[in-house]
Design a protein around this ligand. Sequence first.
Ligand code: AMP
Length: 386
Amino acid sequence: MSGNSSRGKPILPGATVGVLGSGQLGRMFAIAARRMGYRVHTLSPDDDTPTGQVADREVQAAYDDLDAVSDFARHVDVVTFEFENVSAAATDAAEQFAPVRPAGSVLHTTQHRLREKTFLSVNGFPVTPNETVRSLAELEAALVRLGTPAVLKTAGWGYDGKGQSKIERASDAAAAWNKVATTEAVLEAWVPFKAEVSVVAARGLDGEYADFGVVANTHRNHILDLTVAPADVSDRVRREATEITRAILERLQVVGVLCVEFFLTHDDKLLVNELAPRPHNSGHFSFDACVTSQFEQQLRAICGLPLGSTELLRPAAMSNLLGDVWSDGEPNWAAACKLPNVKLHLYGKASPRPGRKMGHLTAFGNTPADAAATALAARDALLRRE
Ligand code: AMP
């Protein structure tokens, strides 16, 4: 509760951190923060949330309830978030009472695809060929220039493939425009990538930088399915991906954690697909597999502490557990727990709807491929009936 006067000074254990958003990212952040002796408050429109279950205080309010957000910020020493779709009005309201890290300006850029792509292109970062479209006529014209296949994405509030429509033929334009049902979208050329990779990185209050290396991601139905660390890429790709990531964090003046998702093309070129200004699903392996996790790193960065070592202790892989794993009843937890190199994480969500992220498994191996095979075998074991 030290307000503006404390800006710049480290926020030490015993202080209170406020998290806007209350999902699994906030939960794992709260676990890391409590382990280091901090108190955690969370604000979101829901109650009994994944974050609230492990926080000291859970506030239930809309993100645009500026009085509630101000009151929330008044009771904490620093505000961070685990959900980037918080309005500038809300981050401005919070900023009156406590530092907001990363700053509202970082959210503003990254929560909107057009602003994000403009930021990336203006600063010379490689992006997927794309065009802004605001009507069906503009979409049809953009399709002539970009060709098919292409993918139409809403400009704001999209994640995990939500608000997206793939266009195979020019004649699909009207159906895609109706599907995304928006007034502002981005049309992207479809990238026939050989891999998707990401880099989760942190930047401290004094500009210190650390990243968790390049990891490989496989998606299913646009949702992350498997992450393997480290990714099997050339040294040049590894260097370029981390250099681009570092430059993005510096250009945005991030204080906190940010993930850069890339497409790696068949001729080994990196294109930035998306930025997430917070810990990311593709960094969950770090919770078990690195000296410092992405969540502890977020805490250290926003509190002005030195960043921790991101050393990977063993090759690791993470498989997501979606609600679909419950389709035949309660998963066989014992079967997965019996595996010696597997760690189970569940987020405390009550209803396992298909596509909903309910938890994940982290597996270790002597090689990344071994770890990946174990992460997938462990997930299969959850479905085994004994
Ligand atoms: P996004 O929400 O934009 O990250 O998209 C989710 C997933 O859809 C990505 O991780 C890719 O697997 C796929 N995807 C999205 N955009 C493209 C694209 N332009 N070309 C190829 N695949 C894409």
